[in-house]
Design a protein. Structure first.
Length: 346
C-alpha cells in the first residue's frame, strides 16, 4: 500500500515492504505542486492535483494502486472518551455514537465517524479509554475523489497527526529505552503552519497549530531579488541564492522560527500539568523547513532542549534504488507519508 500525503506544496508517496520484522523503504517520490492549488487543506483545483498525483505515481514506478491518505488535522475532531467496559461487544458502537453526539457539532449523518479502543482506563477500573475521530463527509470524499481521479484506490483515510505518530514510533526505536517515560515535542514545519505534537509513551498529550511557515522566507526572497515564487522556492531548496542571502534573510528567519517553537513550548507548559510532565526531553523537527541551515542549533540555544531532525527511515533497510544522500534531505518531510505506508502492516 502506498502512503500518499497531499500537502499544500507537494505530493509525497512512500512504499514500504517488510522482511522479517524490519521494514524496508522500497521507493518514494516528492512531486511539487503549483502555488495555491491547495490552501488551508482545501483542494482548489481537483484536476491539477489529480494530475500531480498521477505524475508522482508514474515517477514512483510502483505497480501498487492501493493507497492510504490523510486529512489535515484541522479538518478532524478527535477526543479520548470513557465508555463502560460492559459495553465491549455489540453495544459499543451505539455507546460511542451516543458519546460522540456531545463532542461533534454536526449531525452524525453528515460525518465519517470511527473509533479505536485504547484499553482499560487508568482512572476508572470499570471503563475503557476509546479514541473517537470524525470529519465532515465532504472533506473525506474530496480527498478520496482526487486520489481516485489519479487512478489510485483509497483503502484507508487517516489524520495527519495520527500518521506522524505512527512514523514517530520508528524514530523512538533509535533512542535510549526506546523513548519510554520521556516527553517529545514533534514540530512539523510546513509552508504556512507549524504543527506541534507533544508525545509521551505513545500518547499525544497536546496538539497545536501556529500560523508561521516557510512561505514567509520564500516571499522575503521574492521581494529581495525580484524572483518569481517558483524561482524563490527552487533557490531556497538548492541554496543557490546571491551572496548575502544567509545574513540578510535566512538567519533572521531561522531566529524567528526558533522563537515560534519556544512560544509553542510555553503554551504547552501552561496548558498541561507542569507537575506531571516537568519538561520536554527532546525536540524533533520535521517538514520541509526542518533542514534549514542552523535551525536545530538556534532552537537548542533558545530552549536548552536536545533538538534533532526526525528521520523515520534510520531503523529501516533501503532498496538498492534509494539514493541515501537525497533521502537524508527528504526524510523529515516524509513523516506523514511514511506513517501512512506503515498502515499496510496493521
Amino acid at each position: 500500500m502506498l502512503g500518499l500525503d497531499i500537502s499544500s506544496t507537494s505530493i509525497k508517496m512512500v512504499e514500504l515492504s517488510r522482511s522479517g520484522r524490519t521494514p524496508q523503504l522500497e521507493r518514494y517520490v516528492v512531486e511539487p505542486l503549483a502555488k495555491d492549488l491547495i490552501t488551508d487543506g482545501n483542494i482548489n483545483n481537483m484536476d491539477e492535483v489529480a494530475d500531480a498525483i498521477r505524475r508522482a505515481w508514474h515517477r514512483l514506478g510502483s505497480p501498487t494502486r492501493r493507497a492510504a491518505i490523510a486529512l489535515p488535522t484541522s479538518m478532524a475532531i478527535y477526543k479520548k472518551i470513557l465508555v463502560p467496559a460492559a459495553a465491549l461487544g455489540d453495544d459499543l458502537e451505539m455507546q460511542v455514537e451516543n458519546e460522540a453526539n456531545q463532542y461533534i457539532p454536526f449531525p452524525l449523518d453528515e460525518v465519517n465517524l470511527d473509533y479505536q479502543v485504547l484499553g482499560p482506563s487508568s482512572n476508572s477500573a470499570d471503563d475503557l479509554d476509546v479514541m473517537i475521530c470524525a470529519s465532515r463527509k465532504e472533506k473525506v470524499e474530496e480527498r478520496v475523489a482526487v486520489a481516485e481521479m489519479a487512478g489510485l484506490k483509497v483503502e484507508i483515510v487517516d489524520i495527519d497527526a495520527f500518521a506522524m505518530m505512527t512514523a514517530f514510533e520508528q524514530i523512538q526505536q533509535q533512542l535510549p529505552d526506546q523513548g519510554m517515560n520521556q516527553t517529545f515535542a514533534l514540530f512539523d514545519i510546513g509552508a504556512s503552519k507549524i504543527h506541534c505534537s507533544v508525545i509521551r509513551n505513545g500518547q499525544q498529550l497536546y496538539y497545536r497549530e501556529q500560523v508561521f511557515g516557510g512561505v514567509q522566507l520564500t516571499r522575503d526572497i521574492q521581494r529581495r531579488y525580484g524572483y518569481t515564487y517558483e524561482e524563490a522556492e527552487a533557490g531556497k531548496r538548492s541554496m543557490s541564492l546571491p551572496d548575502g542571502y544567509e545574513a540578510e534573510l535566512l538567519y533572521p528567519f531561522v531566529d524567528s522560527l526558533a522563537q515560534e517553537i519556544q512560544r509553542a513550548l510555553q503554551f504547552f507548559y501552561t496548558t498541561v500539568s507542569v507537575s506531571q510532565y516537568l519538561r520536554v526531553d527532546y525536540i524533533l523537527l520535521a517538514g520541509g523547513c526542518s533542514m534549514l541551515s542552523g535551525l536545530d542549533d538556534a532552537i537548542l540555544n533558545r530552549t536548552q532542549i536536545s533538538t534533532m531532525i526526525a528521520n523515520p527511515f534510520t531503523t529501516m533497510t533501503q532498496a538498492p534504488g534509494i539514493q541515501l544522500k537525497a533521502l537524508l534531505l527528504d526524510a523529515p518531510s516524509l513523516l506523514v507519508s511514511c506513517g501512512l505506508a506503515l498502515r499496510r502492516f496493521d
